[in-house]
Design a protein around this ligand. Sequence first.
Ligand code: GDP
Length: 347
Amino acid sequence: MASDKNTPINTISKIKAIRKQETSVEEMVDGIFSGNKAMLAKAITLLESTNPAHYEKANGVIEKCLAKPNTSIRLGITGVPGVGKSSFIETLGSTLTALGKKVAVLAVDPTSSLSKGSILGDKTRMQELSKDPNAFIRPSPSGTSLGGVAQKTRESIILCEAAGYDVILVETVGVGQSEIAVHSMVDFFLLLKLSGAGDELQGIKRGIMEMADAIAINKADGSNLEKAKLAVTEFSRALHLYPPKANGWIPKVLKCSATENTGIHEIWEVVETFVQQNKKNGFFEENRKNQNKNWFMQTVDDKIKQFFHQKASFKSEQEKLLKAIEDNKMSPFYAAKVLLDKITKEL
Ligand code: GDP
């Protein structure tokens, strides 16, 4: 630009900063409601920002978006790296957009800030789906704590729903606690597995089996097909050992091939059956309400802990009291009272 030549650099960067900030809450909400992908992405960037002012503004957007009714389905997908999550999402996503649905893909990957994005960050993943006008793909937010990363994804779901996305796919890596976080933000939780040499049930975390509404044995193609059939039988048998779920749902075990596009439709049918059944018996709404309440409680817990750890004086008081307990000079309950009194005084 010619005028840039005579404009001091710091003025240009100020103008650029203002341009970046320009969009008002109302403009963002209008953009999101009309399905504008760029505006949706911008609002997500805002809520992912560590700047408290940005977060305030994002909250204004989220509140408006929460008020918009939707009939979305939130589907969590987990599995170890290499199981075929992105291939599966690519195939399922394209199947759904071909059915006329709008699909958003989000991710919770607490390792992404360290590894610069191990899931969804890689541009070679989901190439077809990313070109689909009815799909919206967003890599995992970065962050130092799983709680923080999960919260951003949770809020992004609300924005995507307000933007008219019918199906929200939330991907997570099958390591650490991230499945628990994703399980607590979705309606249906799908575990992707590979068939092995008869040792399918070894090395699988018990908690994940309990959380799964369905297990899909992926890569059920070529010479793997027979082993996959065997794995289906073994997992079905194992699932019978778990107590029935409160909503009456019996988890299903299926096989599929993400690359050959077999079994994908069947998995979607299971999800739809689950949703219909749970809407009928009231568990769908109840589950979402409970999830919201849990998120609230957890966020309050996190914030209190954060407040505590930010104050050096609390830490030193805690150390002193721990020492007094160790030396049998104070009862743990009285020590807790002393510390809490100090905290409440400073609140
Ligand atoms: P992710 O790490 O779980 O996201 O796994 P990817 O989707 O990146 O897949 C890992 C590898 O497995 C890639 O080379 C895929 O082409 C391959 N793969 C994924 N799904 C299938 C499948 O259904 N059948 C076969 N044969 N290979 C698959």
